[in-house]
Design a protein around this ligand. Structure first.
Ligand SMILES: [Zn+2]
Length: 155
């Protein structure tokens, strides 16, 4: 572990406490999967859950759209307020706020939250203002902007 710089180690530690799995840590910190696995075991004293991290963008829509939008708005804000942070730190900041808001009702695991930020960067998912209340909601890239309506106004 000593070769890894202190800042990255600290971030890995926080990611693991937030529930991150090895592939996410590897991706976020530019490490090999083997290295990330070793680090996960070293820090948490147990192995990371095995298997691929879930990746589908559809997860964030439908019943999950309010929570995804909440996280996405927090992340969007953090990107503005902390432009010099590493991406992993920004995701952590947004994720911690998201957990504080939703508590035990939080349904987005850290790895999914990380994936959501990638879907936002690649524009597969985007935040669009609701046409009634202007609250920004997560929609798929294919969704026409002018008809976006949030689940609250849609009732
Ligand atoms: Zn609305």
């Amino acid at each position: 572990m000593e070769q890894l710089n202190h800042q990255k180690y600290k971030i890995a530690e926080r990611m693991i406490y937030a529930g991150a799995r090895s592939p996410t840590i590897a991706q976020a910190l530019g490490l090999s999967i083997a290295r990330a696995r070793k680090m996960h075991k070293f820090i948490s004293n147990r192995s990371s859950t095995s298997g691929q991290s879930p990746w589908d963008a559809k997860f964030f829509l439908g019943p999950m759209v309010m929570q995804s939008s909440a996280f996405a708005n927090l992340f969007d804000k953090v990107c503005t307020t902390h432009p010099d942070d590493m991406e992993a730190e920004r995701v952590l900041r947004a994720y911690i706020s998201y957990i504080l808001i939703y508590g035990s009702n939080a349904q987005i695991p850290f790895d999914r939250a990380w994936n959501l930020t990638i879907h936002m960067r690649t524009k597969k998912l985007k935040l669009v203002p609701c046409r009634c209340c202007s609250m920004k909601v997560i929609v798929s890239q294919l969704y026409p902007r002018d008809i976006t309506i949030c689940p609250i106004c849609d009732q």
